[in-house]
Design a protein around this ligand. Sequence first.
Ligand code: FES
Length: 67
Amino acid sequence: MSEKVVIKVNDNGSLRITGDVELVDGEGNVFEKKKSFSLCRCGQSENKPFCDGTHRKIGFESAPRVK
Ligand code: FES
């Protein structure tokens, strides 16, 4: 049985993915498989689709909450 996948929207930062999930590109090729990784949400990473910490340097602000 697969474990539950959780996507956490980090305040002012990335999307943290944990669980048994595949991340594929536009052609269906699988990125390196990991149990957890962070996706860029600010659009400024030099290592897209992954977060490289640039959001801190540019002062990215976004902290959405469930309403
Ligand atoms: S969210 Fe971290 S570099 Fe974009």
